[in-house]
Design a protein. Structure first.
Length: 764
């Protein structure tokens, strides 16, 4: 007999979660709601109890039972017991009737009490209070046990209907997964060993840190065993996380191959909100017609979606259009029951936008984290936040013109700008630095501004023109407030600018957070071609002693990849002098065998500088390219295409996550060793790692830099028959410290570059 656990609130909200999509309540509302609860409970008289637990086991059918749990806000026993549900009320006029969902929560407790004690009558009370516990509205309803049961069934039966559909699907899913075969005729070398490690991590609920060379089939080696574990009941859901949309393709292709066998798997591919929104505007029923009444229409759409397995962005948008739904909110509802979800890191790991209905309610989830070398920088960004005085000042001007200087939002922005000016920043000529602490008054001003923004979303501001500016201010501001609530020893408080200052909460300790959010999950697999050195990456990501590491050697013939190094000084102050040598080296590679090449640079500025003196046809990557522009940029890279040379940036969208097998790419040129730019943030990180691990330069600069290099070189060899070249332009590749960070299968040679290139291509 399967036991399904759900809270009273969860059961009620399944059916009664309002009609419209509305912005979340402000932080002040949440704090005052808790204060109101506690104040009301403190004023209860003799015979009353607070936070009284109740549970009830209810048969669903012959195969399952529901364990319903919750806590009554207040309870008074007696001949006719009284159950009280406490809610915050902040409006000027008192409520005329209780909200249906609030009353239903009390009804559920009434039913549970009647069933548990075998009593015939209860009084349910919904009481609305202010933050001090003063009653603003009180509604008593006497009910018999039969009346409680009848009303309870109105929320129980819709839940049972959905639950039966889901359990039926899962029986069919598990049967298909039991018979699922590896979707290739044979495992590549190392794939079977990787699959065993992944399965074990899921079974034991541990973390696995794995390094597999590019082109070795990492996606299918991780996904296949995780799905087999899903079919055996070792986990409830699998999330395949990627750092970029372009990196999904490996998982999607692996799944496509598995679907050539009988496979019943609800697979959700979750697009970013801004990509799904049909008419970008504020998520509010006054602004978006799809937000109005969304939850009155979504049940029918979800049940219709259950008849297909592929919940792709295209299928989600089509169903959302049919039922006039917000596609993003619709996809989040599907995420609750999806077997496999392919999405960005954010939806599982970001404290601001993770799917709360999944990751705050269950630990029975497996994470497969692709290109996991990106985790450090991405999670650091998730944990950081900023108060941007310049953007706030510009937005304040727009608000002043629209609503006047007396509006609460204008005043709140003024308060933050004053709080920034009052910070103890040196009066010298410096334009950036670190603050040892921030006063409470600064935190209070930021909280007031965040709440003012939340309140303003309920007003009809003409945000259309300023919508992007609004997001650019609110998102980092909320990140800053969250950072201030965490352990402040994990952060550095940085300031930049003199006239218009930005105050940043810069996260230093990623390891503790990553360990915290993943330790209770049903297996977490961090895998990449550039997780080298594995023990260092495990350390930086908070791995514990009983978490496993797995490194797979390259299965490809070493002689198929020519890696040649030239002594070019690409250090920042020598870059101008090196441009001519770099251009000559690129010409030599291309002229040795006309074909398809990519040259990778440490920055857009350096890329443009070399581009100007490169007297041969080429295309150059631009910052902020659209999806269509990216596809057009890569279009020439086909096995039968004409020769092409592209200039791109290391660590960018064309340096990892793209697959150019066979003759689609003949070689790459790497300019420099990929070190991050020296700035306030990297130097702060360097100092932190120096204090923590004793080698700040290694962890802040060398490791992320060489990971970018390895990713770019990894574009060349994607199959057992691929041949190609990689030219490393920097004298630092001679140093032992940098060689240690190169993949073990690299055989770097030096000498006459042109002669080696000619020899290599003559051997084809």
């Amino acid at each position: 007999m399967e036991t399904i656990r759900i809270s009273v609130r969860g059961l009620v909200e399944f059916t009664l979660h309002g009609a419209d999509i509305r912005p979340a309540g402000s932080m002040k509302d949440m704090q005052e709601g808790m204060l109101g609860h506690k104040a009301r409970q403190g004023l209860l008289g003799e015979g009353w109890e607070a936070e009284v637990p109740l549970s009830l086991t209810i048969p669903v059918d012959d195969e399952a039972e529901l364990l319903l749990t919750g806590r009554m806000d207040a309870f008074c026993d007696g001949d006719v017991p009284i159950i009280e549900e406490i809610k915050l009320w902040q409006h000027r006029e008192p409520p005329l009737t209780p909200f249906e969902a609030h009353e239903m929560q009390a009804v559920c407790y009434g039913h549970m009490l009647c069933e548990e004690r075998g009593i015939g009558h209860v009084i349910i009370r919904v009481v609305y209070v202010d933050r001090r516990g003063k009653v603003r509205g009180e509604f008593d309803t006497p009910l018999t046990a039969e009346e409680c049961r009848a009303r309870f069934l109105t929320v129980f039966e819709p839940w049972v209907r959905r639950n039966r559909l889901v359990r039926k699907h899962r029986r069919e899913r598990d049967a298909s997964l039991r018979h699922l075969q590896f979707p290739f005729e044979n495992y590549r070398p190392g794939q079977r060993e990787m699959a065993v490690q992944v399965y074990t991590a899921v079974k034991l609920g541990k973390r696995l840190f794995a390094s597999m060379p590019t082109g070795t089939g990492k996606s299918v080696a991780a996904l296949f065993p995780a799905l087999k574990a899903l079919g055996e009941g070792l986990t409830n859901q699998v999330y395949y996380l990627t750092a970029r949309t372009t990196q999904r393709q490996g998982a999607i292709e692996a799944l496509r191959r598995m679907r050539q066998q009988p496979l019943h798997l609800w697979t959700l591919t979750l697009d970013a909100k801004d990509k799904q929104c049909p008419a970008p505007t504020l998520c509010h029923p006054d602004f978006c017609p799809r937000a109005k009444g969304h939850f009155l229409r979504d049940h029918a759409a979800i049940e219709e979606m259950l008849s297909i397995d592929d919940w792709s962005p295209e299928n989600i948008r089509a169903m959302a259009d049919k039922h006039d739904l917000c596609p993003f909110e619709f996809s989040l509802s599907l995420a609750e029951i999806a077997d496999l979800t392919i999405c960005d890191y954010n939806y599982a790991l970001d404290p601001a936008v993770h799917i709360q209905r999944i990751f705050d309610k269950t630990a029975d989830v497996t994470l497969l984290i692709d290109e996991a070398h990106n985790l450090l920088s991405r999670v650091r960004d998730m944990l950081s936040g900023a108060v941007d005085g310049g953007r706030i000042r510009k937005l304040r001007t727009a608000v002043g013109k629209t609503a006047g200087r007396k509006h609460a939002l204008y005043k709140a922005m003024t308060g933050v700008l004053k709080a920034i000016d009052d910070l103890p920043i040196p009066e010298d000529e410096s334009t950036e630095g670190e603050l040892t602490k921030l006063p409470t008054s600064f935190d209070n001003a930021c909280m007031e501004l965040a709440d003012a923004f939340m309140e303003a979303q309920n007003e009809r501001f003409p945000w259309d023109e300023e919508g992007e500016h609004l997001r650019d201010v609110i998102t980092p501001l909320l990140g800053f407030i969250r950072a201030r609530k965490r352990d402040t020893t994990d952060y550095a408080w940085l300031w930049q600018g003199r006239k218009s200052k930005t105050i940043t909460a810069f996260a230093l300790d990623v390891a503790s957070y990553f360990e915290e959010v993943t330790t209770m999950l049903r297996g977490v697999v961090c895998f990449s071609a550039t997780m080298h050195p594995l023990e260092d990456m495990k350390l930086l990501l908070g791995g514990q002693e009983d978490d496993a590491c797995f490194a797979m050697p390259s299965p490809f013939p070493r002689e198929n990849l020519l890696i040649h190094q030239l002594d070019v000084n690409t250090r920042y102050r020598f870059r101008d002098a090196a441009c001519e040598d770099i251009a000559a080296a690129i010409r030599a590679v291309v002229e040795a065998k006309p074909g398809k090449y990519i040259a990778f640079f440490p920055s857009f500025a350096y890329l443009r500088q070399v581009s100007e003196m490169l007297d041969m046809s080429h295309q150059a990557q631009r910052s902020g390219m659209s999806d269509d522009e990216r596809r057009a940029f890569l279009a020439p890279y086909t096995p039968d295409g004409e020769p092409v040379l592209s200039l791109c940036v290391l660590g960018g969208i064309f340096a990892e996550g793209i697959d150019l097998p066979g003759d689609a790419l003949d070689g790459v040129v790497i300019v420099g060793v990929g070190l991050p730019q020296v700035n306030l943030f990297q130097e702060t990180l360097r100092a932190y790692y120096e204090r923590t691990f004793g080698d700040g330069f290694l962890y802040a600069y060398m490791l992320p830099g060489m990971q970018k290099v390895a990713q770019a070189v990894g574009r060349v060899i994607r199959t057992e028959t691929d041949r190609g070249v990689a030219l490393l332009l920097d004298d630092r590749y001679r140093q032992a410290a940098y060689r240690r960070l190169c993949p073990e299968h690299w055989g770097i040679i030096r000498g006459d570059c042109e002669a080696e290139l000619r020899r290599f291509w003559l051997e084809v």
